[in-house]
Design a protein around this ligand. Sequence first.
Ligand SMILES: Cc1cc2nc3c(=O)[nH]c(=O)nc-3n(C[C@H](O)[C@H](O)[C@H](O)COP(=O)(O)OP(=O)(O)OC[C@H]3O[C@@H](n4cnc5c(N)ncnc54)[C@H](O)[C@@H]3O)c2cc1C
Length: 417
Amino acid sequence: MAEQGPINIMGAGLSGLAAATILAKAGHEVHVHDIRDDSGARFDGDFQALENWSMDVDFFDQLKQWGFDTSEFKATEFTEVDLIHPDDEITQARSPKVSYRIVERGTSSHTIDQGIKRQALAAGAKIHYKTKVKEEDCQIIACGPKGTSAVAYGEIFHTDHPNHIAFQLNDKLAPGAYSYLIVIDGVGLICTCLWRKQKKSDRFLNETIAWYDKHYPELNRQPIKRVGGKGDFTINANYLQDGRYYVGESGGLQDFMWGFGMRMAIWSGVLAAKDILGECDYDREVRKQLLPYVKTSVANRWLMNRVGDRTFKMMCKSWMKDQKKRNDGLVWIGKLFRPTFFKSFLYRFVNPFMLKKDPKSMGRGVRRMPFRKSLKRDDWEPSDAAMAVKSQWNDVRKSGGKTSFAKDSDQVSLPES
Ligand SMILES: Cc1cc2nc3c(=O)[nH]c(=O)nc-3n(C[C@H](O)[C@H](O)[C@H](O)COP(=O)(O)OP(=O)(O)OC[C@H]3O[C@@H](n4cnc5c(N)ncnc54)[C@H](O)[C@@H]3O)c2cc1C
């Protein structure tokens, strides 16, 4: 193994650490380089959902099969979610199976980032934080997002509400996307996703929080901090270029429709490591195992970009109708994410118009989904309740409440202060 020389990985996030663990376990000398202080620092306590609906296989079974110990990080399983329709009707989507697991991102010891980091270190990988390396000097590129196609922005708070998840389709509060509420063991997150570029993104978060305060009055929200980040949605012509493997969001292995990228990040890191170990062909396996899902999500995003609350309402109704028929709410959402002949045809038709060439992609043929412009309907005056949320946050901020969003965003998505 030593004869092959050390393997350098750029980025100690989920995809980079997954690759590092497998390679180090196989006896390679592995060095992981990250510009930040620690793995997960990009997220700072954000809750994220590990989806379990897009494929028949349970993601935790996949992780175990790849040799990961899922007890190294905290994951809370859910079989039910409040589905909030755009007209504020709240229904429940549920399944007999685990629909998703909520994990925390960040630098606390129970986060998924730290859980995978511990496994990489135990396997013998060396992680170098606060270091800058050149792309050309690394074999695996796992740096997460580069450009901005969408942003998510949330508030973390103390609450005495029991564990709960709500998912809201609402084009006013979350332009082109969705908002959500997650409560795990006394800590809550209300987040809104903006798939259209807005000048004052905190206007959307304040209004969203005001909405949840009104409809979930028992939340008793005590703000702690504000978090968020950007999503980069790209299609790449090459996943392996000049001996470099592009994994996770760096390789565009992301869900264009709603931004569920963790599963594909870890999966692609594993595939890159297996290629280096001579166990598979990375490019071929990405195209076979992951790309059909990415392309389906491009088609879904194209459709989502063309609709508003009326179609969101129809989607909610159709979801609930299907759940009643099958006694399982997972089937409808699963179908939405799975490749079909129609979605593959739609992808071929729409992707040339939807994606723009990235000239800085070192010959990899990267095409990015641009951050769409705001629409006329995104221009509205905040409600009194949203203004009260804003002033509550300003007080918390003045007494030390932090926003970790600014570090990870471009100018347009900087929150107002
Ligand atoms: C607010 C928000 C909410 C999200 N919610 C969900 C969710 O609920 N479910 C889901 O599945 N996905 C979610 N995602 C997407 C998910 O976070 C990403 O798809 C996933 O983290 C991508 O993993 P990665 O390994 O590619 O990148 P990351 O895990 O982000 O890791 C990239 C690492 O590279 C480092 N880095 C960056 N540039 C350099 C450089 N030049 N040199 C060295 N290191 C560098 C970074 O510091 C970071 O540690 C969300 C994203 C955001 C922003």
